[in-house]
Design a binder for this molecule. Structure first.
Ligand SMILES: [Mg+2]
Length: 377
C-alpha cells in the first residue's frame, strides 16, 4: 500500500447509492451494520422523504431492532442458541455457544502452534476489550495491570489499538508510546516509529476522512442540541466520527433519540449511522472501517505476508466484525470476540469472556514467545 501523501482516498464518489437516492432514501437513513436478521426490508426502499405515519413506524421499528441487537442486555441470549436447547440455563447456553467460538485461553496451544516461527501482529480494541464498559464513557479507564500487560506484549509483538474513540482520547487512556493507534474506527491512524519499517523509520500518519472534519464538527454541535431533551444521552466528538451514547437512556426513549438522529442525518447525505454497543456512530460515508485499518497497518508495517506473520485481533463490538472478517477472508490470523454472553453470529474464530481474560491471554502470549526466543538462542 502506498503510504505517500498522495495515497488514494477511499472516499466514495457517490456517497448516496443511486438506487436509493433515486427513491429518496439516503444510505445514512439505514442501519450501517445492522445485525443479521435486521436486514433492510426491500419495501423500505419505497419510503419517500415525505413519510406517512405508518412508514415512520416501520422506520422506527427497524432502528429500534438494530439498537437492541447491537446492545444486548447481559441476560439476552441469541435466539438460535435458545431454540437448540431444552432449558434456559445461561451457563449451558454459553458453553454451547463456545463450541463455535472456543475460548482463546483453552485453545491457546492450538493458536501458538500456528504462530510458531512467525511474527504475531496484535490488534486490540479498547472499550470492552482492554477496559470495562462503564456508564460514563469518559471514565472507561484501563487498570494498571492491563497497561503493564499491553506494554509487555508490545515488546514482543507489533501492537496497534483500533478504537472508535478519537486517537487522542484513546492515547490518553492507554498512555503507551510504543503502540500504533487507529482512532475514529481506523480513520485516524498513527503508525508508531517503533514499528515502522519504512525507510526513515518515522511515524506514519494516515487520515482518509480528513476532508470531513468541518462537517463532523458541524453535526456534532447539532447532535448536542437534539440530545439535550433526552435524559442520559451523551454525545462524544471522536474527531472523524461522533458517538451518541444511549447507555444511560431509558429504553422507552431509545426510539425518540434514534428518530432525532436519523432525522438530522437526512440533511447530511455524506454521513451515515452505524450501531455499536449502546451507541449510535455518525461517520463519513467512506469505504473505510476497522477491517481496512487492519489491512493498512499490516501493509504499512511490512507484515502482510501470511507465511511469516500471524495477525490476532481482539474486540468486543459489532464494529470489530469488519476486522474479524478481513482476517477470515485472508485466511490468515484470528479474530477473538470478547463477550460474556452468546452473540448471534460473528466472523471471529475464538472468544474471551471479559477484559481480565484478554489480559491473561496477552500474558500467556508473552510467556510463550519469551520461552520460544530463549529456546532459539
Ligand atoms: Mg469495544
Amino acid at each position: 500500500m502506498d503510504l505517500k501523501p498522495n495515497h488514494n482516498s477511499p472516499i466514495l464518489s457517490d456517497p448516496a447509492p443511486i438506487t436509493k437516492s433515486r427513491l429518496g432514501v439516503h444510505s445514512n437513513m439505514l442501519p450501517y451494520s445492522a445485525a443479521p436478521g435486521v436486514g433492510f426490508a426491500p419495501n423500505l426502499l419505497l419510503i419517500t422523504r415525505k413519510r406517512t405515519g405508518v412508514l415512520n413506524d416501520v422506520r422506527a421499528s427497524i432502528w429500534l431492532d438494530a439498537m437492541k441487537s447491537s446492545s444486548p442486555p447481559p441476560n439476552r441470549i441469541a435466539k438460535d442458541v435458545v431454540n437448540e436447547l431444552p432449558s434456559f440455563d445461561p451457563d449451558l447456553l454459553y458453553c454451547s455457544w463456545m463450541v463455535k467460538y472456543p475460548s482463546a485461553l483453552a485453545s491457546f496451544d492450538q493458536i501458538v502452534t500456528q504462530a510458531k516461527g512467525k511474527r504475531i501482529a496484535l490488534f486490540l480494541d479498547y472499550d470492552g476489550t482492554l477496559s470495562p464498559i462503564v456508564d460514563n464513557p469518559d471514565c472507561a479507564f484501563m487498570s494498571d495491570a492491563m497497561r503493564v500487560a499491553v506494554k509487555e506484549a508490545a515488546k514482543h509483538f507489533p501492537t496497534a489499538i483500533i478504537s472508535g474513540r478519537s486517537r487522542d482520547k484513546v492515547y490518553e487512556f492507554i498512555g503507551l508510546n510504543e503502540l500504533s493507534y487507529a482512532g475514529s474506527h481506523g480513520m485516524d491512524i498513527m503508525v508508531s516509529d517503533k514499528h515502522s519499517t519504512n525507510d526513515q523509520g518515522k511515524e506514519v500518519m494516515f487520515q482518509p476522512a480528513s476532508e470531513f472534519l468541518p462537517l463532523i464538527d458541524e453535526v456534532y454541535e447539532s447532535l448536542i442540541e437534539i440530545a439535550k431533551g433526552i435524559a442520559g444521552a451523551k454525545v462524544e466528538n471522536n474527531k472523524f466520527c461522533v458517538s451518541v451514547h444511549y447507555r444511560n437512556v431509558d429504553d422507552k426513549d431509545w426510539n425518540a433519540l434514534a428518530n432525532r438522529v436519523y432525522d438530522l442525518l437526512e440533511n447530511y447525505p455524506r454521513l451515515r449511522v452505524s450501531h455499536g454497543r449502546k451507541v449510535l456512530e455518525v461517520r463519513p460515508v467512506i469505504s473505510w472501517d476497522k477491517g481496512k485499518a487492519v489491512t493498512f497497518l499490516l501493509e504499512s508495517l511490512g507484515l502482510s505476508n501470511c507465511d511469516d506473520v500471524l495477525p490476532i485481533y481482539v474486540g468486543d463490538d459489532r464494529t470489530d466484525e469488519d476486522a474479524f472478517r478481513v482476517l477470515k477472508e485472508r485466511n490468515c490470523g484470528y479474530g477473538i470476540l470478547v463477550s460474556s454472553v452468546p452473540k448471534e453470529s460473528s466472523a471471529a474464530s475464538y472468544s474471551l469472556r471479559e477484559p481480565s481474560e484478554v489480559m491473561e491471554f496477552l500474558k500467556s502470549l508473552v510467556t510463550w514467545r519469551a520461552l520460544e526466543e530463549g529456546l532459539n538462542e
